[in-house]
Design a binder for this molecule. Structure first.
Ligand code: UDP
Ligand code: MN
Length: 246
């Protein structure tokens, strides 16, 4: 059996949502062994997302997990003010732990935000992972490329090149790592949390599973960029810039 790549995508209603989900779903259509876990930030499943999933023909688990109002990003807020995707990613982790079995189900877990751009090459890299794999991410952290820095002697990760707090325990974007499913199923207390400084989600989550020295550098020793942390600008609709509200 080929291991499955469980791709976890939080998503929320706004004008660009259908465009974003079209792009990511059509990327995933090029990957034979993917199981897409789509988690809507809403009370109920929406018909927009349900229809898009049905049209895709992908293997999908469709969940909902609403961000509590006190954590929800407001239209006027800068994006960094709030943790994003916490509730949704935790819901997906809970689904994995409730529906899959350690030692029976084999695969990888990858957090794929709905607005990023992914080369299909990243999925072949994920298939090489033993525990936790890492790679560069384009257009993030105030840099053209954010990347683990390897020790030329050992080939192991020794530091991070990041435009923002490179001394974080793991200065890696959500798009820059994937984890073996075994670890996700073993470490059942590993979840995302609101109780930390903004920008430490990845560091906090990865700390449950690994140490810097044990990270597996992929994408040609972290010399290739296969994912980009793109963001769509808020579109102009009828002459008005529209934000998060639909
Ligand atoms: N997201 C969400 N609810 C929100 C804001 C974001 O579900 O209120 C999702 C979003 O669709 C994306 C992920 O959380 O898949 C990360 O959000 P975003 O791309 O805005 O974060 P950033 O790119 O700024 O890290
Ligand atoms: Mn994003």
């Amino acid at each position: 059996d080929i291991p499955i790549i469980y791709a976890i995508t939080p998503t929320y209603a706004r004008h660009v949502q259908k465009a974003e989900l079209t792009r990511i779903s059509q990327t995933l259509m090029l990957v034979p062994n993917v199981h897409w876990i789509v988690v809507e930030d809403s009370e109920d499943k929406t018909s927009l997302v349900s229809n898009l999933i049905a049209d895709s023909g992908l293997k999908v688990t469709h969940l909902v997990a609403k961000t509590p109002p006190f954590e929800k990003l407001q239209a006027k807020d800068p994006r960094w003010k709030r943790h994003r995707g916490v509730e949704q990613r935790n819901k997906a982790l809970l689904w994995l732990r409730s529906n899959l079995q350690l030692n029976t189900d084999k695969g990888y877990v990858y957090f794929m935000d709905d607005d990023n751009v992914y080369s299909i090459k990243v999925f072949s890299e994920i298939m090489k992972i033993k525990k936790v794999g890492v790679w560069p991410v384009g257009l993030v952290g105030g840099l053209n490329v954010e990347t683990p820095i390897l020790d030329p002697e050992t080939g192991k990760v020794k530091a991070y090149k990041s435009g923002w707090k490179p001394n974080r325990p793991f200065a890696i974007d959500m798009a820059g790592f994937a984890i073996n499913l075994d670890l996700i199923l073993e470490k059942t207390d590993a979840n995302f949390s609101y109780k930390m400084e903004k920008g430490f989600q990845e560091s906090q989550f990865l700390s449950y599973f690994t140490k810097k020295e044990d990270l597996e550098p992929l994408a040609d020793n972290c010399t290739k960029v296969y994912v980009w942390h793109t963001r769509s600008e808020k579109p102009l609709v009828n002459g008005v810039v529209v934000g998060y509200e639909v």
